[in-house]
Design a protein around this ligand. Structure first.
Ligand SMILES: [Fe+2]
Length: 401
């Protein structure tokens, strides 16, 4: 299969092409035939939240996403309401409980607003589930067809860390707005004058936080069960401040569209940010989503104007002579980055610009990263210390440090 043929429908709809995707998310060539668990790309990030109606509004207004589909009591879904929003190739599904005994409400009570499902698009659900089962994975949902007037979707699901799952979706025979049972729905929200069509184009990576001593187990899970390969690892001084520490390893699918950094806390003088997450999420779960943009300055300006809060970066970061020498020339003057608190990192392949939001829910758990890649396939290793110090200042304000 050529790379051109591997563009997903969502990417084609978002007018993304291969060169753009290579730049945005580091897409590489991959032979599915030799892969025991071929993954085409992301299908959806599914959320359980306390108020889906308002969270959907937040993603539409503050993140510039577009409401495209809905299911709920009006469509025959009795226990919860479900809003589907997209931005480029990114799809969020936001679920909130309606019936008091809805499992969505129970999930929300345990974890707060969080990610229940990192759904992946695969060409062959049955083959993936067979392989996963043979490798000892927990199959939560056997492969089955779901059909409506728009066609048929084949679907199945396996368990991953905590109460998170990977639903596997083959939507090659389906042309509805999301899944059978959902109806097309738009929002009356009006874009601000001059607003770009979208603020981000693709999902770059989703980070999982797991308990102390469990990271290697989950790295092994993704390698053994899903055929992912190691991309990077960060241990020891890479990823410690004077006070707290964590360890991180990154696994990716064959074409590198799907990248999962996995963090575990490390023992240090003070409480790791990963421990704070585990305590307030009530166990392992997805920590942050990195959204790929081709204009991070514009994205940050627009989101900030809509009230999204980003972690502040001290001026000393930009005045550091060593940093300035290391990052060299980037596409904008460093003052433009400083004015917005955007971080820069460079490696042998190129550079990247990145910035992190504060947690977007009430609990100090899930947050977002914006990332603009220029050749670098890394994760901002050079910024870890500055980032973690910024997170520690926030942890301290919350009394959790
Ligand atoms: Fe990240």
């Amino acid at each position: 299969m050529t790379l051109e043929q591997t563009l997903t429908d969502e990417e084609r709809l978002a007018e993304l092409d291969l060169d753009t995707l290579k730049q945005l998310v580091g897409l590489v060539e991959h032979d599915d035939a030799a892969d025991p668990f071929p993954v085409t790309g992301w299908d959806a990030v599914v959320w359980a939240v306390g108020n889906a109606t308002q969270t959907a509004h937040f993603f539409a207004s503050a993140f510039g996403m577009e409401l495209v589909a809905y299911a709920g009591p009006e469509t025959g879904l009795r226990d919860h309401a479900s809003f589907v929003l997209t931005s480029g190739a990114v799809r969020f599904v936001v679920n909130g409980g309606v019936a008091p005994d809805s499992p969505v409400i129970a999930h929300h009570a345990r974890h707060g607003d969080g990610i229940t499902d990192i759904a992946l698009e695969v060409p062959d659900v049955d083959r993936c589930l067979e392989h996963a089962r043979a490798q000892g994975a927990t199959v939560i949902e056997e492969a089955h067809d779901v059909t409506d007037e728009h066609g048929t979707v084949r679907i199945g699901a396996i368990a991953t860390y905590g109460e998170t799952r990977h639903t596997l979706v083959d939507r090659s025979r389906y042309d509805g707005p999301y899944l059978p049972g959902y109806v097309a729905r738009t929002s009356t929200l009006q874009r601000r004058p001059g607003a770009p069509k979208r603020l981000f184009q693709a999902l770059d990576h989703v980070v999982g936080n797991v308990e102390l001593g469990r990271m290697d187990e989950w790295v092994d899970f993704y390698r053994r069960v899903m055929g992912f390969t190691n991309m990077a690892e960060f241990i020891g001084d890479d990823i410690a401040t004077d006070y707290s520490a964590l360890m991180s390893k990154v696994v990716a699918n064959g074409n590198h569209r799907v990248k999962f950094p996995l963090n575990e806390p490390a023992v240090a003088r003070k409480k790791s940010q990963i421990d704070e997450y585990l305590e307030f999420y009530g166990g392992p779960g997805a920590q942050h989503l990195a959204l790929a943009t081709n204009d991070i300055l514009l994205t940050v300006d627009r989101m900030r104007a809509e009230g999204v809060e980003f972690l502040p970066t001290p001026d000393s970061y930009y005045e550091d002579a060593e940093l300035r020498a290391r990052i060299g020339e980037v596409r904008v003057p460093i003052e433009e980055l400083q004015a917005r608190g955007i971080l820069v990192d460079r490696d042998e392949d190129g550079y990247l610009l990145q910035i992190f939001t504060r947690p977007t829910g009430d609990r100090p758990t899930v947050f977002f990263e914006l990332i603009e890649r220029h050749g670098s396939l890394g994760f901002g290793k050079g910024n870890f210390k500055a980032l973690f110090e910024a997170i520690e200042r926030e942890q301290d304000r919350r009394g959790n440090f």
